[in-house]
Ligand binder design. Structure first.
Ligand code: 9D3
Length: 248
């Protein structure tokens, strides 16, 4: 996949490209990443990228000409790219959106700064607006990194089989079971005995059951928009029997 980020702060992306799974994906040619500095496409000695809003009000608006010129350069390399604007007005990004974007040949991510982007640029050039949540950021760069991070790990061959993307928390709709590693006792806290038993059927059962319980406790909202599997129904029925016995 090719990604191109239009930003006023390309330096923010340097450490992002240079570490972890993103770096590995680039080294393995699964991801080709670049940034374009919007300011490099602004006119005049001062390379102004923003201006005062028509109609008044506080804050500045990103001018359409530098964005359009920067986008033309991005598109010259990526003809079939989808253009996304990171924006607080966008559809909220989730795992389903990440999966849909992971099928793309190329993505252009436009990062806004200031109060917003001139609407004519959005109308003409932006295929979709994406928000990463209902909180206020200072610009789209962190949003672009979130989207690129979530999408990159879904590109075939980017993750090893060891932590493949299929068994993710949100792809099966439950939170994960608890994880433990050595030592077996840490500060007087022990690892659940079943995990040290070597009984893999019992371990699978414990993990399924505790994942369901942890979802009830931590993220009950996930369960209201999701159907239960036969195995999960069996667990829930067992809990019901346990509760019935307790209540008499
Ligand atoms: C005072 C009005 N603000 C709307 C809540 C204006 C405004 C806030 C923040 C305009 C731009 C921004 C910068 N935010 C982003 O560019 C952004 C963002 C976000 O703020 N929250 C969640 N996702 C995203 S993606 C891009």
């Amino acid at each position: 996949m090719k990604v191109c980020v239009l930003t006023l702060f390309p330096e923010l992306f340097e450490p992002f490209w240079a570490h972890g799974i993103i770096r590995r994906a680039i080294q393995a040619d699964k991801l080709a990443a670049r940034t374009i500095n919007i300011r490099d496409h602004a006119a005049g000695r001062h390379r102004v990228t923003d201006d005062r809003p028509y109609g008044g009000g506080c804050g500045m608006v990103m001018k359409p000409e530098p964005l359009t010129a920067a986008l033309a350069v991005a598109k010259s390399g990526l003809t079939s790219a989808t253009t996304l604007l990171l924006s607080p007005q966008g559809r909220c990004f989730d795992q389903a959106a990440a999966q849909a974007l992971a099928a793309s040949e190329a993505l252009i991510l436009v990062c806004g700064r200031y109060e917003g982007v001139d609407e004519r640029f959005i109308d003409t050039h932006v295929d979709a607006e994406i928000s990463i949540g209902d909180f206020v950021l200072t610009g789209g760069e962190l949003g672009a990194m979130v989207v690129i991070d979530a999408v990159t790990r879904l590109i075939p061959g980017v993750l090893g089989n060891a932590d493949s993307a299929g068994s993710d928390t949100f792809s099966d709709g439950l939170v994960e079971y608890a994880h433990y590693t050595r030592p077996a006792t840490f500060n007087g806290q022990t690892v659940p005995a079943v995990l040290q038993s070597g009984n893999h059927a019992a371990i699978d059962q414990w993990r399924q059951e505790t994942a369901l319980m942890r979802t009830v406790l931590k993220r009950p909202d996930l369960l209201t928009k999701r159907e239960f599997s036969a195995a999960e129904r069996a667990i829930l029925m067992k809990w019901r029997q346990d509760l019935d016995r307790l209540l008499g």
